[in-house]
Design a protein around this ligand. Structure first.
Ligand code: PRP
Ligand code: HPA
Length: 186
């Protein structure tokens, strides 16, 4: 029996034609360089766990890691609640942290703080594992009144309008993650 054909994703080209460029690569690289300096100052020499939330944070994490001078220990989690769609649902854990977090400072690195469910769940999980401090590092934060209570970025790069965004790690139906800029659908 042949498997049913996968549903075609909406066109990335059409989405780009119907989007605004919000932040280009040079701007984002400058913003991330500043974030690296602020994080170095906050760590004050302490070796933190650099915990990337896959997949969206992959590109930001690579740039940010090169902007931080303090040595860090890498690990990642994979938690998703959008699963290639443009609105979120239940959070699914695909990979938990492997590095012991007890007594450690964690830099929790993600691409976007939107409604905050993902970062809140991962932050709380790190604390349950005994992390002494979790610093939330997000490339961007969306401006709206749907943010869950009790979550905020300790380090944030740029602020976004309340529109669906993609590029620089963020996907449009699992496309466009490697666009070197952030776009917003009109
Ligand atoms: O603040 P929230 O409303 O929870 O949304 C933010 C989360 O959504 C995206 O992940 P997604 O579930 O799309 O998975 P992905 O990282 O694989 O794209 C993004 O990378 C954040 O982790
Ligand atoms: O606006 C968004 N774009 C991409 N991924 C996201 N995850 C939460 N919000 C978004």
């Amino acid at each position: 029996m042949t498997a049913p054909a996968a549903k075609a994703a909406p066109s990335l080209r059409a989405a780009l034609a119907d989007s605004d460029l919000l932040f280009d690569r040079a701007t984002l690289e400058g913003v991330i360089a500043d974030m690296g300096r602020q994080i170095d100052a906050a760590l004050d020499g302490e070796r933190a766990v650099f915990l990337t939330v896959m997949n969206g944070a992959l590109i930001f994490a690579g740039h940010l890691a090169l902007a931080i001078r303090t040595d860090v220990e890498f690990d990642y989690v994979h938690a998703t609640r959008y699963r290639g769609a443009t609105s979120g649902s239940e959070l699914t854990w695909l990979r938990e942290p492997m590095v012991p977090l007890e007594g450690r400072t964690v830099l929790l690195v993600d691409d976007i703080l939107d409604e905050g469910h993902t970062l809140k769940a991962v932050r709380d999980d790190c604390l349950r594992r005994g992390a002494k401090k979790v610093l939330i590092v997000s490339l961007c934060t969306k401006q709206h009144d749907r943010l869950v209570e009790g979550i905020a970025a300790d380090f944030n790069g740029v602020e976004l309008p309340d529109r669906y965004v993609f590029g620089f790690g963020m996907d449009y139906y699992e496309q466009g993650r490697n666009l070197p800029a952030i776009y917003a659908l009109k």
